[in-house]
Design a binder for this molecule. Structure first.
Ligand SMILES: O=C(O)C(=O)C[C@]1(C(=O)O)C=C[C@@H](O)C=C1
Length: 385
């Protein structure tokens, strides 16, 4: 095949890809129109029966065109997720017009290229407005700036599929005067990044935030006794790698490219599906529409007697409230006493939930609602193909 033939084929592919983008943008605009109907008619945003029918039809049609079911399903699940999350964000904006203003001042950990920045861009891409980014060097600084009004929102990583819960953030939530108003998950693809021309065998030192170190522990063990230097954020790890000979940093390929570092090894995380979940905090709670999947997070300490945690959890069962996360942390100043973090699939505006939370007070020493927010961890509909 000559170069000319390759160029022609690539030109054709480029045109098709552009056409696909035009169609995707058009589809998204139409889906925005559906929200108006759903607001006017108080219908849930998600219609799983419609999604299933749509996927089955598309998979069937795809087969007739020689496209396998797995491929078609994956592509359209992504499109549907985008559509649902955009619709939800629009509905929330409609319900909280003052709180979700045209300018979002957002604090997050690190600066250019940090995973928190990527998650921030993802979250606010669905919430149009001017984004003013405030990179911070600690989780405390992130919440302090929200508390004192220097920022409208703060983004905090709360858990990761490889390294588990981020305890520092759970502990911070015990005393921070903020409300959880949102969540976003972001896939974290760790790469080893070094100055151009560097080789793995020449490295003597690796810079990273403690989280990437934990999430890539198996790969790092395999490298032998290289020096590990922990940094405040991925952005500062990248800067250190840039200025230190024979060193590398752990970060995303995009972050490396932004500062002039090259990928010398990719897919470093212990789990191939490495995702982080971030919470979005604000000074005041937001109202959450009953038309969208909602989570409520709370902290509670139970009475110091046998069965008190089980009694507290039974209340959720009795009220048919699904518990999606339960985490325990020590209570500061009270050794061996635990405080429990609970995530529920529940909306605080729901009477059933209000009753359950009243009953919960009878079985606990202390309950504090951390926030009620739209759930962005969507369960995809499953298609038999
Ligand atoms: O058909 C609808 O009700 C829509 O809102 C559109 C759409 C889609 O993007 O296709 C989005 C969300 C629903 O869960 C189902 C389908």
């Amino acid at each position: 095949m000559t170069n000319d033939v390759l160029n022609t084929l690539r030109h054709d592919i480029n045109e098709i890809d552009s056409d696909l983008l035009v169609l995707l943008a058009k589809r998204r605009r139409i889906s925005h129109g559906v929200v108006e109907y759903k607001i006017a008619n108080n219908k849930p945003i998600r219609d799983e029966a419609r999604e299933l029918a749509l996927l089955e039809k598309l998979i069937g049609y795809g087969k007739s065109l020689g496209l396998d079911a797995y491929y078609v399903n994956n592509v359209f699940q992504t499109i549907l997720e985008d559509s649902v999350l955009h619709q939800q964000a629009m509905l929330q904006k409609n319900l909280n017009p003052d709180a979700l203003s045209e300018t979002h001042r957002v604090t997050y950990l690190g600066g250019q290229g940090s995973y928190s920045q990527l998650a921030c861009h993802k979250y606010f891409s669905r919430r149009p407005g001017k984004l003013i980014e405030i990179g911070c060097t600690s989780f405390d600084e992130i919440t302090a700036k929200v508390e004192n009004g220097q920022a409208d929102f703060g983004l905090l990583p709360i858990e990761n599929t490889s390294s588990g819960s981020i305890n520092e953030v759970f502990d911070l939530l015990q005393h921070a005067q903020v409300s959880i108003v949102g969540e976003v998950t972001h896939s974290v693809e760790h790469c080893l990044l070094a100055n151009p021309g560097s080789e793995l065998s020449q490295l003597t030192k690796i810079f990273a935030h403690p989280q990437p170190f934990a999430q890539c522990s198996r790969f790092l063990q395999g490298l032998g006794d290289l020096q590990h230097e922990t940094c405040d954020s991925t952005s500062s790890a990248l800067q250190s790698a840039l200025s230190t000979p024979n060193s590398a940093a752990i970060g995303s390929a995009q972050a490396g490219k932004n500062v002039g570092l090259e990928v010398i090894k990719s897919n470093l995380a212990n789990q191939s599906e490495n995702h982080s979940r971030f919470i979005v905090v604000a000074r005041k709670p937001l109202q959450v529409s009953n038309q969208i999947p909602t989570k409520t997070s709370l902290i509670m300490s139970t009475k110091q007697q046998a069965g008190s945690l089980a009694d507290a959890l039974m209340i959720f069962k009795q009220h048919k409230i699904n518990l999606v996360k339960l985490e325990s942390r020590p209570t500061p100043g009270n050794p061996w006493e635990e405080v429990f973090y609970v995530d529920l699939e529940a909306n605080l505006a729901d009477n059933q939930v209000k009753t359950a939370l009243e009953e919960l007070k009878e079985h606990t020493q202390y309950v504090r609602i951390l926030g009620c927010y739209q759930s962005e961890t969507l369960q995809a509909v499953s298609v038999n193909s």
